[in-house]
Design a protein around this ligand. Sequence first.
Ligand SMILES: [Zn+2]
Length: 124
Amino acid sequence: MMQDFLNKIKTQLLEDKIRLERDLTDLGKKDTKIPGHFDVQYPESGGSSDDDNAMEVSEYADGLSIGSKLEAELRDTVKALAAIEKGTYGVCKYCGKEIDIKRLEARPTSSACIACKKTLTQEM
Ligand SMILES: [Zn+2]
């Protein structure tokens, strides 16, 4: 793996990490007990009619689903950064082969090569 490429990916991952953490902080409060977990705040519109409550519930549900997606992305980003530090970045976790650079450029958090990903998707 080329050092220039790794540096580029690392910069991108660090930017992603900051962005994801900021988005999660907007969405909720950082959980002090579970690292990397954010508590989505229950929205309070101030109203107490059925409509207000229904809106709060759906807003909260949206927040939860966005939150868990962002958390998963953040986890993958942190994992990829750790792999760069360890020198294991860009290696497929299933077959141990190097992942195509184009694939990593498109999705820096990839941890499986295209062939293994295909096999997995077909099995599901
Ligand atoms: Zn593979």
